[in-house]
Design a protein around this ligand. Structure first.
Ligand SMILES: [Zn+2]
Length: 130
């Protein structure tokens, strides 16, 4: 896995109150279904763990998504916009909501609620973590 992607995993985990570093790996839960997921200590995903952009990257720069993008500092890779999700949930979301775009009221609502869930799990990162 690319080092840049591993850094994004670590950025998500270090700011996720559900994530715990045990010995050589992180344990957390899928943002959607709360399935247990693991990521190696160096950020390499294990098993079903995937990196999710809560507000889809493709929505940045779109007028209808401005209220959501502002909540994560207008940066798709801001840690507030990053979460760990299982492959099944992440793929399902991509098909059903992201593709419809922020002008779709239902898609906007789903992403907004997901961002609420992500921010409810927010914790300040260790200064040394990122
Ligand atoms: Zn899941």
């Amino acid at each position: 896995m690319r080092p840049a992607l591993r850094r994004l995993f670590l950025r998500a985990l270090s700011t996720d109150s559900a994530a715990v570093l045990r010995d050589d790996h992180w344990e957390t839960r899928c943002l959607h279904c709360r399935k247990r997921l693991q990521v190696r200590g160096d950020g390499e995903a294990l098993g079903q763990a995937t990196l999710e952009h809560v507000v889809p990257q493709a929505w940045f720069g779109k007028r209808a998504a401005i209220p959501l993008c502002e909540r994560v500092g207008d940066d798709a890779n801001d840690p507030r916009n990053l979460a760990i999700a299982c492959a099944g949930c992440n793929h399902g979301k991509g098909v059903s909501h992201d593709a419809r775009g922020p002008s779709d009221a239902r898609a906007f609502e789903v992403v907004s609620q997901l961002l609420d869930s992500r921010l409810a799990r927010w914790r300040e990162p260790d200064v040394a973590a990122d």
